[in-house]
Design a protein around this ligand. Sequence first.
Ligand code: CTP
Length: 397
Amino acid sequence: MNLRNKRVILGVTGSISAYKAVDLASQLMRAGACVDVVMTECAQRFIQPLTFQSITGRQVYTDMFTNDPGITLEQMQLAREADIVVVAPATANFVAKLAGGLADDFLSVLILATRAPLVIAPAMTSAMYENPQTQENLGRLRRRGVVEVPPEWGYLMGGYRGRGRLAANETIVDTLRQVLGRNGELSRVKIVVTAGGTREPVDRVHFLGSYAAGKMGFALAREARDQGADVTLIHTPTNLMPPVGVKQVEVNTAQEMLAAVRKALEGAGVLIMAADVADYRPARVETDKIREGEKASLALVRNPDILMEVKEPVVKVGFATESSNFKDAAALKLSRKGLDLIVARQLEGPYGEDADSSQVSIIAKDGSVTDLPLQSIERIAREVLRKVSVLLKPYPR
Ligand code: CTP
């Protein structure tokens, strides 16, 4: 969301992965950004400016020298108006050029001329990436505040495998969100978020679990990060993409989650418990696998209630999915657990994984109820954080 209406300059340099920048431009457009693409001469050997122009609907800048004074002026205005500059892919040569402060093509001129933050996503062979010269150049750039989206391990040019592959576009977009949000509404606020469903072991192979995949908690962590918060995300095993710039702790059981929450809460102002925590766990974990005919029943013991165990945070937020009278049931839970807010939802359908959208009501300690329409979990996360931010107002940061 914090990419909406932002002026993003996408610099594309001459790597085989230049074609991936087309999808990056498209993802940025879908996020609501205004994207201006600047290509180096080498990049144009791999891909045509027309491809980017078709995606962004805007002129693509390819040349430092033009006979049209209007265009020259427009080019220099780009440097002033940019909110953020991203170079993806950034070749070893371009990284060296930036580290040396050279300005011999339009993209490097523009980067020297802008005060906007710079993000680079290198792409090259692993030998080039690991070369001490490249590492030294990247180190110099990082010390100057340039943010690197490190390359990934995978297939490279010519079928070789190694580190050097351009980072996933989703990771690059997530990094831009993080950088744009650095001085946001929640900067200097430490927030702990839990996500997923705990796994309580039965034996060496099986566990008692939940269908929750953790989408709500991950969305909350991302949104809080987008607003500049210092976020720790404590989650159960999941395939969801890790949010860039968020500290992550993976746990399995409710007891592990409690220990991780306690540790992460040191100095934190907010705890948001979006995880589905098992109320009970097997009284005994079998050391081997339970086999057919051996057992027909499972003795359970109560798990600690994490929200009730921790007293430290200034603001505590819970989630509740209830089968009947969901607002009343959630309001009772809010007072029983000493919460500031509870996000209540009616349980619908037989079972299933977390949905991408939901209809919730947010109930506050003062009894006020905000009924939200059916909307994406990202929008719900933003609404929850808006309320958290209001509750934090009286406290110094
Ligand atoms: N929760 C917790 N520790 C637990 C169980 C739940 O901190 N052992 C938190 C959840 O993360 C959630 C809130 O409490 O934010 C409400 O969870 P829910 O499962 O609805 O509450 P329970 O206390 O388990 O109540 P119920 O009897 O309805 O299961």
